[in-house]
Design a protein around this ligand. Sequence first.
Ligand SMILES: O=C(O)c1ccccc1NCC(=O)[C@H](O)[C@H](O)COP(=O)(O)O
Length: 262
Amino acid sequence: MTILDKIVQKKKQEVAEAKSKVSLTELQQYPLFGRACYSLKDSIFHPTRTGIIAEFKRASPSKGLINGTSSVQDVVKGYQNAGASAISVLTDPDFFKGSLADLTAAREVLDIPLLRKEFIVDIYQIAEAKAYGADIILLIAACLPHQEVKEFSEYAKSLGLNVLLEVHNEEELQANIFDSIDAIGVNNRNLKDFSVSLEHSYDLVNKIPKRFIKVSESGISNPETIKDLKERGFNSFLIGENFMKTDNPAQAIKEFVTELKV
Ligand SMILES: O=C(O)c1ccccc1NCC(=O)[C@H](O)[C@H](O)COP(=O)(O)O
């Protein structure tokens, strides 16, 4: 069994437990459920922003503990102030030490789009994302049959959420091109063996139809890489560990963005 299989299995149990405590109808009564979402596209292409989706990531299956001390609100405020176009917050408790409470804490201090970074296997989690303050959900092609990518993305759009589809190869990309998707992310990390290579982004960028926001995800650690990815056609860059592994992620992104502008 791969780590991804284990995560998906655990996720299904977690969703069943959550549903037994709070119904979908009850989630729809949460105060944040009815709010209007920020547009990912507007923020990615905003002239004063960088296209970076900066991630709050305490731990990961590939690296173990990355940062056990930084406060979610301090970090995401720093990311926003440095020019991030959107913020990603991991909500998985078991493998990434995240939570829905982190998501809402981030929402409270942000006025840019917020991604619930999660392994979505059930539409319940999409309603949860909205109810806890997200503007964007992630659908991972490796975790879902394409009919569910279509159904889940259409449900998310009906709630006003932005949808980021994550792919790792051409097969996943071609099987999942739907109008209800806003952005396509190429994950440079192989979620089965954790190897990271930017070649995945290079290979797929020209195969993504023009109407989608193009995001390169994982393993980005210097501004030169962003300049190169931009020249190749990417609009956005998901970065977590490079900032979170430092003592001061907010300062780390500030210095990164200063170098990016040179
Ligand atoms: O990061 C992992 O080890 C990981 C393992 C299994 C599934 C997903 C995983 N990460 C999720 C991500 O996609 C990254 O957090 C995100 O793209 C940022 O990557 P990085 O900048 O390399 O932290």
